[in-house]
Design a protein around this ligand. Structure first.
Ligand code: 13P
Length: 233
């Protein structure tokens, strides 16, 4: 399974180094067979060797150039980063990234062979509009995306479940994941208020190929426990 930590705007470089060191130690000790991804803050990027795949939370679709506040391929290459998160709800809804800009980013990093974790998910008003409207909305987030790309991982993260402690029921997750699997056979992660207390039941669901964890992943022990749940399945 794929167990991923999105550290968002948390942890300093020093704290991230320690986090990765502790995580590697855990994975080696337990001989975990899971694919473990960590997305640290930009300023915490560093060379990393080990079992954990370190990716970026964002990058601009460019090698370099005049894009104030962004980083591009040259900066990723410096640290050997080959994995990127695209379409996270905070980028879509807080930073205002459009589907068109996400498609450009997707294609740029796809052409370079990057592993892409592409996020989709509905805001609360779309969920409340009923299943059909909700699935129609999520479908728009697949527009322009090559769903057959070999290094694609999709993460379903309902916006209203992110950082709120709210989660869909396991039945809901299972139904939505089954529907989304019809759009793409890429591994499909669930994200949104996953924590130690619910990770086990989420991971056990059919069509859930892993989890993308935010807040609860900041504690390396908790994140490691979630990796161990996947090992136990
Ligand atoms: P939380 O786990 O904090 O709800 O965040 C989920 C998320 O956005 C992961 O990308």
């Amino acid at each position: 399974m794929i167990i991923a930590a999105n550290l968002k705007t948390n942890l300093t470089r020093q704290e991230t180094d320690k986090y990765l060191e502790d995580l590697e130690e855990y994975l080696n000790k337990t001989k975990s067979t899971q694919e473990v991804l960590v997305f640290p803050a930009m300023t915490s990027l560093n060379h990393h060797s080990g079992k954990v795949i370190v990716g970026v939370q964002n990058a601009y679709p460019t090698k370099n150039g005049a894009f104030t506040g962004e980083i591009g391929l040259d900066q990723l290459n410096e640290f050997g980063v080959k994995t990127i998160l695209i379409g996270h709800s905070e980028r879509r809804h807080v930073l205002g990234e459009t589907q068109e800009s996400l498609v450009n980013k997707f294609n740029f990093y796809k052409d370079l062979g990057f592993k892409i974790v592409y996020c989709v998910g509905e805001p609360l008003e779309k969920r409340e509009a009923g299943k059909e409207a909700m699935m129609r909305y999520i479908s728009t987030q697949y527009e322009g995306i090559d769903t057959t790309y070999e290094n694609l991982i999709i993460a379903y993260e309902p916006v209203w479940a992110i950082g709120t402690g709210l989660t869909p029921t396991v039945e809901d997750i299972q139904t939505i994941h089954s529907d989304l699997k019809e759009k793409s056979l890429a591994p499909l992660l669930y994200g949104g208020s996953v924590k130690v207390s619910n990770a086990k039941e989420v991971l056990a669901l059919e069509n859930v190929d892993g989890i993308l964890v935010g807040g609860a992943a900041l504690n390396v022990k908790d994140f490691s426990d979630m990796v161990s749940f996947a090992d136990d399945l």
